[in-house]
Design a protein around this ligand. Structure first.
Ligand code: AMP
Length: 506
């Protein structure tokens, strides 16, 4: 049997009329429809010259047709390459040059600029808009629905997803059919998905979370999803009355908590709330439990690895922890320099190994080599620890580690103490160049506007709770922390903003 993700997803669909996707405008797409539409689109891709192994680069708004394009690309044995809709033409230039796709699908509004870039690598261009219209849909409509899914090996590539790359060049993570299938199946079991589930799908589909975790898991479970073009708290609360699962980034949860309608009643039909892609504050976790009676299930993954750990379905969902290694996934914490495995509770580099871990970075063999240990473990770049109960805790990205006066300061440790101070909404701790200390621990804090909180008050509250070398040298108040579309705090932006904080003052 072929290992093509599409075959494994659809070959044994028995009930073709079963609902797969609904849209707020009344659209209802069955499993049979997905098979048929992906067949037409796959035929069109082939007619446009897409061959087995070719990359299909896609920068389009979220739509059912965009998801069909993903399925069709994989079905045709090509490699799906989604791009963040926020990327400018200048950025797209890099991705097209690096990935050399044979086809680029873009929004009609960008077609002129994209065509110029695509020509340089000899790629064709098709359009698809937010309503699913464009030359791609027009072309597909002319095609036959029958398409023989291209046979693929488990190790062949199904997708390349570029990492968000806050430092240096963005890298293309190569994901195989086996990577995606194994992780989806594991998550279906671990999170107890069944064909009775209805997922509220409000995530973008250019990222691993919305594309693979949300969509693949739903489809593998033969469940259905309500496909929303964007996250709107009111709409999501309305849908909870007939849905069962929400997958979100932490900002979904903080914004839902700000909505007065969120209650035990409005969430009573839901069975599971999942959070990931960025740290969920322990406070948010507790507040959510108190308001709704549901403990958010936090999990940890990354573009390169799919999902690695998850809090349990039954058992303790620990606030501030990302849970236990998923079945089949090995997680260890090592000394970042030597790679030696550390004991429980010791802080170090998180490394993972398993069928979920990617095949390497596209056209970067050296970079790939340096990110793997000899025994196959991938060095995630996340610092953390494994506690006595086996739960993994993330203390920040390695590159966000602050080294002050030669001592390591883990941002999360300082942030947790600051967040616990009355009147603090959230905080980000960064290292800023400092003449004496190398880096000065610097706290950027969002305070509750109703309470007047001062720098001195924060420092006083921390006094005695943190070792002197971990104490912030400065506390800066801001209205909001800069975040990317997945809700991650952009510490690189903060570091740039405050780069001269200490050098200027001294
Ligand atoms: P991405 O490749 O965009 O999915 O980003 C992956 C990174 O997001 C990881 O390496 C972590 O630093 C971070 N991340 C993902 N999930 C969590 C989580 N539950 N808690 C803390 N950080 C997370």
């Amino acid at each position: 049997m072929t290992a093509n993700l599409f075959s494994r997803l659809f070959d044994d669909v028995k009930d073709l009329d079963r609902l797969a996707i609904e849209t707020p405008d009344g659209g209802r797409i069955s499993y049979g429809d997905l098979i048929e539409r992906s067949g037409r689109t796959a035929n069109h891709l082939v007619a446009r010259g897409v061959k087995v192994g070719d990359r299909v680069a896609v920068q389009v708004e979220k739509s059912v047709e965009a998801l069909v394009l993903y399925l069709a690309t994989v079905r045709a044995g090509a490699v799906f390459l989604p791009l963040n809709t926020a990327y400018t033409l200048n950025e797209i230039d890099y991705f097209i040059g690096d990935a050399e796709p044979s086809l680029v699908v873009c929004d009609p509004a960008k077609v002129e600029g994209v065509t110029t870039l695509a020509r340089r690598v000899g790629a064709e261009v098709e359009t698809l808009d937010a309503a699913g219209r464009g030359s791609l849909s027009d072309g597909a409509a002319q095609q036959d629905a029958a398409f023989v899914t291209v046979a693929r090996n488990g190790d062949d590539l199904a997708a390349i997803l570029y990492t968000s790359g806050t430092t240096g060049r963005s890298k293309g993570a190569m994901l195989s059919h086996d990577n995606l299938v194994s992780n989806s199946r594991t998550l279906v079991d671990f999170w107890r998905f069944t064909d009775r589930d209805v997922l509220i799908h409000a995530l973008p589909i250019y990222h691993t979370h919305g594309l693979f975790v949300a969509s693949n898991v739903t489809l593998f479970a033969r469940a259905s999803m309500i496909f929303l073009s964007k996250f709107d708290p009111n709409q999501v609360i309305d849908l909870m009355a007939r849905a069962t699962v929400l997958m979100g980034v932490p900002t979904f949860y903080t914004r839902l908590l700000q909505n007065q309608r969120l209650s035990r009643d409005t969430t009573s039909h839901m069975r599971l709330f999942i959070s990931g892609s960025a740290p969920l504050l322990a406070d948010t976790h507790r507040e959510w439990s108190a308001r709704t009676g549901h403990a958010v299930l936090e999990r940890y993954g990354m573009t390169e690895t799919n999902m690695n750990t998850s809090n349990p379905y039954d058992g303790d969902r620990v606030p501030g922890a990302v849970g236990l290694p998923l079945p089949g996934v090995s997680v260890r914490v090592t000394d970042p320099e030597s790679g030696t495995e550390l004991a429980r509770d010791a802080i170090g580099m998180i490394e993972v190994k398993g069928p979920n871990v990617f095949r390497g970075y596209w056209r970067m063999p050296e970079k790939t080599k340096s990110e793997f240990r000899g025994d196959g473990f991938f060095i995630t770049g996340d610092l953390g620890k494994i506690d006595g109960k086996g739960y993994v805790h993330i203390l920040g990205r390695g590159k966000d580690l602050v080294i002050s006066g030669g001592f390591n300061v883990y941002p999360k440790e300082v942030e947790s103490e600051i967040d616990a101070i009355a009147g603090v909404v959230e905080s980000a701790v960064i290292g800023v160049p400092h003449a004496d200390f190398g880096e000065g621990v610097t706290a950027v804090v969002v305070a509750d506007k109703t309470k007047a909180l001062s720098e001195d008050a924060v420092l006083q509250a921390l006094d005695g709770r943190l070792a002197k070398f971990k104490m912030p040298k400065r506390v800066i108040f801001v209205d909001d922390l800069p975040r990317n579309t997945m809700g991650k705090v952009q510490k690189n932006v903060l570091r740039d903003t405050y780069a001269t904080l200490y050098t200027k003052a001294t």
